[in-house]
Write a protein that binds this ligand. Structure first.
Ligand SMILES: Cc1cc2nc3c(=O)[nH]c(=O)nc-3n(C[C@H](O)[C@H](O)[C@H](O)COP(=O)(O)OP(=O)(O)OC[C@H]3O[C@@H](n4cnc5c(N)ncnc54)[C@H](O)[C@@H]3O)c2cc1C
Length: 431
């Protein structure tokens, strides 16, 4: 069985990178910093960039290499917003705080594209919007309500009827949808490498092959241990998302790490490139375990969906993803699939990202529920502003609460995912 952890060299992005690999040394000896960050994904590197720009001394410790986690292998869809609609946020947090959260999450994609421009990151940014495609008439109602809510927030949304979505995507399987023009597509590994370059230029120290194996309180700060070095820090940010281990007690039990798997084809022939997800638009469906798709920077087609639970990839699920792709776009049969890979996302029970401060000066940010490019970038900035400039994070903190029955939820979820794929292959989940 193939390992999901080790699937990164199979990913499309590793062979098609324009930003050079970071190739950074491991941490050695003793180091003292204001802020130590565990994890070299978007959360960790965005935090480091903004902290360093504010003049703090900061060190990122990445267990493997920059982009090893989800940030270097995702679908590259830059989607703003939380999975809650604006009215849900107002209902949950009240009008004032709710509105500030809508603006924080709603502006998250804008901020990614702003950073790309500011730092000259070569990551093929395209801003042609995100289509959320309705898989059923009921889902269409919800999608149209959502589009209406964002329109009230001043976003120039586009509503797509059945014909409109067929023209925009090249498949007749959807009932309609909406297009959010704030969204776009990037080459995610290049985005992260470019952010890392910017963070180092701003003064951050970034170490690869530096797994943090211990985290202990020391005086008013923290001490982090790795195989070859020790770090003392006033504050620590843990940014390990779907790769969270046991550094912070019970943190790993607050999320369900699950694989998202992807495949990508060779460049499409011109007739298909004009029809199948043309013009740089990205899409995800309304189904609970949804497909997401786009064209690649080289003009191939790329689709993703929910994979296995745990670290072993399941070839039967990968085959089901391929069959799903052909149901949507039968003409893709004549195109070769050239990449298959997977990574871990962290799901929370409430569908929202979590910010914890389990001890003073120890922060954890995780659970972007498969939408971390924009949100993790924004969370990194938000936390840096609190630490460096005393601007309190608008996103609410929550205590670390393990998901009840966590050890048995994982196998149960694994069975649920298999059942879903079986239904999908029988055409039952796609109605
Ligand atoms: C296949 C796939 C497709 C996706 N598609 C999209 C998409 O299209 N759009 C979108 O917005 N989101 C997408 N996501 C989700 C998105 O990639 C994540 O939400 C986001 O990258 C999380 O970033 P992060 O920095 O928090 O975590 P990660 O990028 O996962 O980084 C965590 C890092 O922590 C390191 N680490 C763990 N433990 C330690 C330790 N003890 N010491 C040191 N380092 C440690 C790991 O090695 C890892 O590099 C996708 C995810 C996957 C897997």
């Amino acid at each position: 069985m193939n390992s999901s952890l080790e699937s990164f060299p199979r990913s499309l992005w590793w062979g098609e990178s324009k930003e050079p690999a970071c190739n950074l040394p491991p941490v050695e000896g003793d180091l003292d910093v204001d802020v130590a960050i565990v994890g070299g994904g978007i959360t960790g590197i965005s935090s480091a960039l903004h902290l360093a720009e504010a003049g703090l001394s900061v060190a990122v410790l990445e267990a493997r290499h920059i982009g090893f986690g989800a940030s270097g292998r995702n679908g590259g869809q830059v989607i703003p917003g939380l999975k809650y609609d604006p009215s849900d946020l107002v209902a949950k947090y009240g009008p004032e705080k709710g509105q500030r959260l809508i603006e924080l999450a709603g502006g998250a994609a804008d901020y990614v594209f702003e950073l790309i421009e500011r730092h000259g990151i070569r990551c093929n940014p395209v801003r042609a919007g995100w289509i959320q495609a309705a898989h059923s008439p009921i889902a269409l109602e919800a999608v149209l309500r959502r589009a209406g809510e964002w329109r009230k927030q001043g976003v120039e949304v586009e509503v797509l009827d059945r014909d409109g979505i067929a023209t925009s995507t090249g498949t007749t399987r959807y009932f309609g949808g909406w297009r959010d023009p704030r969204a776009g597509a990037i080459q995610p590994l290049d985005y992260l490498r470019g952010l890392t370059r910017a963070a180092i230029k701003a003064g951050a120290r970034v170490f690869e092959k530096s797994r943090v194996t211990s985290l202990t309180k020391r005086d008013s700060g923290w001490q982090l241990g790795t195989a070859a070095g020790k770090l003392r820090a006033r504050k620590v940010i843990v940014a390990t998302n779907g790769y969270t281990g046991d550094l912070v007690p019970k943190l790993a039990q607050t999320v369900l790490p699950v694989q998202s798997m992807q495949l990508a084809t060779e460049p499409l022939p011109a007739d298909l490139a004009r029809r199948v997800m043309p013009g740089g638009v990205v899409l995800s469906e309304t189904r609970k375990l949804a497909f997401y798709m786009r064209q690649t920077p080289e003009g191939g087609f790329m689709i993703g969906g929910r994979g296995a639970v745990g670290n072993g990839e399941d070839p039967s699920l990968m085959a089901a993803l391929e069959r799903g792709m052909l149901r949507l776009f039968p003409d893709l049969e004549r195109v070769k699939i050239v990449h298959r890979w997977s990574g871990h996302v962290a799901l929370s029970m409430d569908g929202l990202p979590h910010l914890h401060e389990p001890e003073p000066n120890l922060y954890c940010m995780l659970a972007y529920n498969g939408r971390g490019i924009a949100l993790a970038t924004t969370f990194g900035r938000m936390m840096a502003e609190e630490i460096a400039r005393s601007i309190p994070a608008i996103y609410p903190r929550s205590s670390i609460k393990p998901i009840p029955w966590h050890p048995i939820r994982r196998p149960v979820m694994g069975l649920g995912i298999r059942w879903y794929w079986l239904k999908d292959s029988l055409g039952l989940a796609s109605k």
